[in-house]
Every structure is written in structure tokens, then in C-alpha cells.
Design a protein around this ligand. Sequence first.
Ligand code: FMN
Length: 174
Amino acid sequence: MKPTALSLSGRERTFPPDEIIVSKTDPQGRLTYVNDVFLMVAGYTEDDLIGRPHNIIRHPAMPRTVFRLMWRTVREGREIFAYVNNRASNGDHYWVLAHVTPNLAADGTIAGYHSSRRAPRRAAVERVDALYGRLRAAEIAAGDGEAGMAASARLLDEVLQGEGMGYDRFVLGL
Ligand SMILES: Cc1cc2nc3c(=O)[nH]c(=O)nc-3n(C[C@H](O)[C@H](O)[C@H](O)COP(=O)(O)O)c2cc1C
């Protein structure tokens, strides 16, 4: 069921502002729970998703550096807010503002992760789309490996320094 080539329709899906898309994963990022809104918006069944890596809904336009920042933050036991463009099963895309948190076990180790996502405001999507486009272009220009990730991380730092804030405050201020 792994797609060989990622088809993209160019169509955007939206979801109502009072709905929340929820998923939970194990410590490796494999899905352990998805709610009905997730299934409806992403266009999958529970059977398609449970046990699969969360990157099943990864959109190829998303900069790698954003996921690296996300993983680094939650692995350290901290929360992160991030804008993410996701790919639905039919190739449509949908933007979310995600709040990703680690679930800590009683002994303090990480038992898994949790993400709740709301529909972002249009003006925020436009700004993030432009920023992510620049980051992704920097990654591709540098070969889309580690060098690309370093280049886009530098670019993100520059943009955030220009704004005088970290990624979280930037995201929440949009
Ligand atoms: C709780 C949680 C939620 C996540 N949600 C998403 C998501 O909605 N979309 C997405 O593309 N990646 C999400 N990720 C990140 C993926 O695990 C993965 O890092 C990302 O899709 C990039 O895939 P790649 O490393 O194969 O390029 C999530 C990770 C965690 C732990």
C-alpha cells in the first residue's frame, strides 16, 4: 500500500474551525490512534493508518527542517506548535496548525507523542506557505540531504532573527 509516486491534485481541503484533528504515536512516530476527523480529512480508514509511520501523510512540499525541529523539540520532552501542510490519500492537501506534545511515562521516559490540529487562518497559511517554499527550495538546491537541511535551517534562523523571535513565538503570532 506504499505509494510508488506521490500524486498531487493541487486541490486544497479545509475543515471547520471547531473541529480538531487528533493522532497519537508510539516513540518511533508510528500511529497508535487517529480520530474520526483525521480519517475524514486525510481520506484514510483506521486500518490504513494504525501501525504505520506518521509520514504517510507527509506532503513533498514540506521542508525537512520543520520536521527535524519538531522531532528535536518533542524528543527533549517539550511541546511545539507548527504549521504543517499534509497530503490526503487522493493527493489533495490540507494545512493545519499542530500542537505536538510528548506523553511521559511514570518513570519520565517518553511513552509516545500526541498531536492536536486546528484549521489555520488563511492569512497565516499564506505567510507560512511562502516561508516554507523558500526553505524547501534551499533544501532542494543543496541536494535535499544533510547539506540541504543545514541550508534551510540557516535560512529559517535568519528569518526568525529578522523577526526577533523563535519558531514557536513566530508561529503563534501569525
Ligand atoms: C505526534 C506526531 C504527529 C505528527 N504529525 C505529522 C503530520 O501531521 N504530518 C506530517 O507530515 N508529519 C507528521 N509528523 C512527523 C513525521 O513523523 C515525519 O517526521 C514527517 O512526516 C517527515 O517524514 P520523513 O522524515 O520521512 O521525511 C508527526 C510526528 C509526531 C510524533
